[in-house]
Structures are given as C-alpha cells and as structure tokens.
Design a protein around this ligand. Structure first.
Ligand code: SF4
Length: 267
C-alpha cells in the first residue's frame, strides 16, 4: 500500500530499502478487489504512520468480503479509539506490532520513539476490547539488554496474555544505522549474509555473551511456544472474544510459529 516509514529505528531496514511513498488510495482499492484470497495481509510497513491517510483508507475500503492483518505502532493503537473502531468495521482482525523490547532503556537506545513499554499492557487490552488480536514482535541483543531480560520478557508477555509473538536476535542488516555503528566499532562477527536470519548472533553483544544471547532467545521462543501455553492462550482468546474462529486462528498460527522456531533453533 505504502512504502517506507518516517521513523528512524536504528535496526530497521525498511527506511534503508524504501523511500517514503504513499500510493493513491483508488489504486489500492482497485488492487484489493482483484485479490481472490479471503484472508490477506495488507502490507503497509506501518499503517499508523499517517492517521489521516489510514482513516481514509479504512473508511473507503470497499465492502470486500475479506478479513485482514496490518502492521501498526503501539503508540497510535493505544490512543485512537476512532481508528480502532474503523479498523474493526473494515474487518481488520489482527495487528502485527513491533513492541521490540519490554525494556524502556533498550527502546531508547534503539531509537524506537513510538514505544513506551509501560503502555504495552493497556495497548493490548484496548486492541482486544475491539475484538481484534495481536502478534507482538520482540528483539533481543540491544546494548542495554542484560541476561535477566529473557525471563522478564516471558513473564511480561504471559501477564499481558499476548496471544502470538515473534522473537528475533538483533541483526545489523547492511545499510542500517545499526550496521554502520557496529562496523565502525569492530563488533561484527561475520558478514556472511546467509547468517543474517535473526536467529544467529552475528555481532558482539554488549552486556551478555553471544552464547547467552542465542540461548536466551532460543529459550524464550521455545517456552512461549510450548503446547500448554499455546492451549492456554487460545482458550483465553475464546473466552475474551467469544469467537471460535479467532481462537482457532490463534491456535494454528501458534503451532506454525512453534514449528518454525523448532526448525530454526533446533529444539
Ligand atoms: S516504526 Fe517500524 S517500520 Fe518504522 S522505522 Fe521503526 S521498526 Fe521500522
């Protein structure tokens, strides 16, 4: 739909790959009408970057018989009820949110200015109160991260009842501000791009060893995706939304994540 993002998170490759570009909405609507799938990801890197554009999109979305997912930032989702109402009416059922870290120090260090960790729990509750669900994305390995962050993260996302999550090892993709900084500081361990998958440690972490970073991320991905936890989260969604198809979606998507991480982290 659009390309780029006005934010400047240090690790993000989006701003390196794409200039900011907003496509005319008529063209977007036309394209969507030609998609036959009933469930789609309307891939705008950050649907919430320009709320005026995003609201026009939601209001003008033709009466397509589709359910869809989108990317949004925590700050905007947490404070705009009108936007969430429009999103629900437009059949958006799932938000992908880059929470990145529960540590505000780490968020500050990464220049993730859209995120206030103290607001995450209320953002999740607010989104869910509109009958929508979330996938949260987390990154480990920021300079401010310490080994206790792994357990703290597992605890926090369990307390929030976050239904789906991705876990990544910080990866300095070429062209990003992070890559330039780590390169200058001599902290890159390899420039074999095949290892830049977000499941390998390719740089020297600051406040833990490379092994601790790898093992900690692996452990969080494994424990979060244990079968009892997946069952519990799916049941909670059924209870809170009274929507069996949403609960089933959470269940089977968690199973897919479990399989993916089992392959990537070999557990
Ligand atoms: S808000 Fe998201 S898309 Fe935008 S720069 Fe930050 S990480 Fe990238």
């Amino acid at each position: 739909m659009r390309r780029g993002c006005p934010n400047q998170c240090e690790f993000c490759a989006v701003t390196t790959l794409h200039h900011k570009e907003e496509r005319p909405l008529e063209k977007v609507f036309e394209e969507i009408q030609h998609i036959s799938a009933r469930k789609i990801f309307i891939y705008d890197q950050n649907l919430t970057w320009n709320m005026e554009y995003a609201k026009r999109f939601l209001q003008g979305l033709p009466g397509i018989n589709k359910r869809w997912l989108a990317n949004g930032t925590a700050n905007m989702l947490g404070k705009d009820d009108e936007f969430l109402g429009l999103a629900k009416d437009a059949h958006l059922f799932c938000w992908f949110v880059g929470f990145e870290s529960i540590s505000q120090k780490s968020l500050n260090g990464a220049k993730k200015k859209t995120n206030k960790s103290e607001e995450f729990a209320s953002v999740i509750q607010k989104v869910r109160s509109y009958g929508m669900i979330l996938v949260g994305s987390f990154i480990f390995g920021f300079d401010e991260d310490t080994p206790d962050l792994f357990d703290d993260t597992l605890q926090a996302i369990s307390d929030w009842g976050l239904e789906m999550a991705e876990f990544h090892i910080l990866t300095p993709f070429p062209g990003t501000a992070l890559y330039k900084r780590l390169k200058v500081d001599g902290r890159l361990l390899t420039e074999d791009w095949s290892k830049y998958t977000t499941t390998n440690v390719v740089f020297e972490p600051k406040n833990m060893s490379a092994k601790e970073l790898y093992e900690g991320t692996r452990r969080v991905a494994k424990e979060y995706h244990s079968i009892p936890r997946i069952m519990k989260r799916s049941y909670n969604i059924l209870e809170t939304t009274k929507n069996p198809s949403l609960a089933y979606y959470v269940f089977q998507r968690n199973l897919r994540y479990r399989e993916r991480y089992a392959n990537q982290f070999n557990f």
